[in-house]
Structure formats: C-alpha cells, structure tokens
Ligand binder design. Structure first.
Ligand SMILES: Nc1nc2c(ncn2[C@@H]2O[C@H](COP(=O)(O)OP(=O)(O)O)[C@@H](O)[C@H]2O)c(=O)[nH]1
Ligand SMILES: [Mg+2]
Length: 262
C-alpha cells in the first residue's frame, strides 16, 4: 500500500471530488422527494363526461369553460394541472382520459406504473355522465341511468386493478378518494349516492371497493367517499352555490389531510 502521507494531496483531492459527486448525485433524489412531499401527484380518473376536467379545474382554481360548453368532454390527452398555495404546497393533478380515448392505456401506465402517483381521485357521477358528442352522429345518444351506472362500474374495474397493483408494489400507503360529483343533479339523493359508492355497502360498486381493499391490503390503501359539485348549482337545483362551495371545501380539506399538508 502506498503511504497516505506521500500521496496526501492527491488523496485529499479525490476525497473532495468524491464527496461533491456523491452530493450531486443525491441532489435530484432529495429534490424529487421534497417535490413529492410538497406537491404530491394525484391521478384524476373516471369515465368520459363524469366531470373530471371540471373538478380538476375547480381544485386548481383554474377558470373553466362555461356550463354547457361540452366541446372538451372526452379530451383525448392527459391534462396536467398544478395547484399551488402560499406556503409552497399543492398538488400535481394528472387527468387520465376516459374510455374512448386511444391514449388512455398509456396514461394509465404513466400514472400507475411509470411515475406512480401519491393518491387517486376517482370521479363518478351517479349515472349522470354527459354523453360524448361523436362526430357524424345526430340525435341524442342518451344512455339510461342504469346503463351509465354499469359503464361507471366497468370503468372502475379497470382503474381499480391498476390501483391495486400500484398499492402492493410500494412501501408507503396510497389513498383513494371517490369523488361523487354533480351532486347538484341529485341533491335530494346525496346520502344514497355516497352509500352506493362506499365500501361495505353491498352495492355493485361497494363490492368492487371491498375486492380492491382485499387485494391491496387494508393498511396500504385508505378509501374515502365524498360528494362534491364542481359547477355552480343551477336555478332548478335544490343545492345552492354555497352548498357546492362547502362540499368542495370538505374535499380539499380531506386531500390536504391525506397528503400531510395540514
Ligand atoms: N350539473 C353539473 N354539471 C357538471 C358538473 N361537473 C361537470 N359538469 C358538466 O359535465 C360535463 C362533463 O364535464 P367534464 O369535466 O368535461 O368531464 P370529463 O370528460 O370527465 O373531463 C360538462 O358539460 C360539465 O359542464 C357538476 O358538478 N354539476
Ligand atoms: Mg375531460
């Protein structure tokens, strides 16, 4: 072995360089951990027309298109929205395109596998999804509420599978919030709607959630079901603007708790 004294200078140089390199290579890792802590990523899932874009826009305080402007329903690209607050905390939302989009599978891969999100906001509308306007089709494509509920269930089966495999792969818990939106359209039925989407309720959707929890393991996955309304309640609605704002506030508070922001 060579004497450390004789090569003192060189050895010192190497140590310094090594230390600096190590610090540099750790920096992105640390920065991404900090970013994840302050700006957790949230996948916004759900079938086309349930109100994902509108809800993500409300949650990020982004001015949204006016009610009735449905050109965007069924957007084919993954929409990215970031919410920031004054304390440098917020969320990075990833709105996954609904079932008709060719880009859906890639988007699902991205949020549940390639860059796994911290939490999932799954949007449902109690059978009130707005039908997508398909070019070249005339007349109403209105599906019955039963058909819509069946479609929501089918859509959820696919997403639930992805959520389960993400949850079992990671060491920290995943959260899922089922956002039952468009509550203004069923203002008198909100409790029944929340029950329908709740684990242990015995409903078809509840059964799927029970399956998911069994697959993922209860401690790895938290599930909340919250009613919400992302659009000013109409004149005919039994729900006021204030009711909607309150519901949105409850959803925001719960998400902040789940992300450790409060
Ligand atoms: N009444 C009511 N309509 C809503 C609500 N949220 C969204 N919508 C409407 O539902 C349609 C679909 O919403 P959008 O966010 O584009 O759905 P997405 O396809 O899931 O992104 C749009 O016409 C919205 O104006 C809501 O809370 N209440
Ligand atoms: Mg959309």
């Amino acid at each position: 072995m060579q004497s450390p004294l004789r090569h003192g200078k060189a050895a010192l140089g190497t140590t310094l360089a090594g230390g600096a390199l190590a610090a540099l290579s750790q920096a992105p890792e640390r920065a991404s951990r900090l970013l994840r802590h302050r700006y957790p990523t949230v996948a916004v899932t759900g079938m086309t027309g349930v109100g994902k874009t509108r809800l993500a826009d409300r949650l990020t305080r982004r001015a949204s298109a006016q009610a009735g402007d449905v050109q965007d329903v069924g957007s084919a690209v993954m929409e990215r929205r970031t919410r920031r607050n004054a304390r440098l905390r917020g969320y990075r939302f990833r709105v996954v395109p609904g079932e008709n989009a060719a880009t859906r599978l890639g988007a699902l891969d991205e949020v549940f596998h390639d860059e796994p999100v911290d939490g999932v906001l799954h949007v449902v509308a109690y059978g009130h999804a707005t039908p997508r306007r398909t070019a070249g089709t005339s007349g109403s494509a209105a599906a019955t509420r039963e058909e819509q509920l069946a479609a929501e269930l089918e859509d959820w089966s696919i997403t639930a599978h992805r959520v389960a495999s993400m949850a079992v792969r990671r060491d920290r818990p995943t959260w899922l919030v089922v956002a039952v939106t468009k509550a203004d359209l069923f203002a008198g039925d909100v409790d029944a709607a929340v029950r329908y989407y709740s684990p242990g309720s015995g409903s078809p959707f509840g059964d799927k959630l029970d399956e998911l929890r069994a697959l993922a393991g209860g401690a790895r996955l938290s599930i909340d079901v919250l009613p919400v309304c992302a659009q000013g309640a109409g004149k005919k609605s039994a729900m006021t603007d204030k009711d909607c704002t309150d519901l949105l506030g409850r959803l925001e508070l719960r998400m902040a708790q789940l992300c450790g922001h409060v």
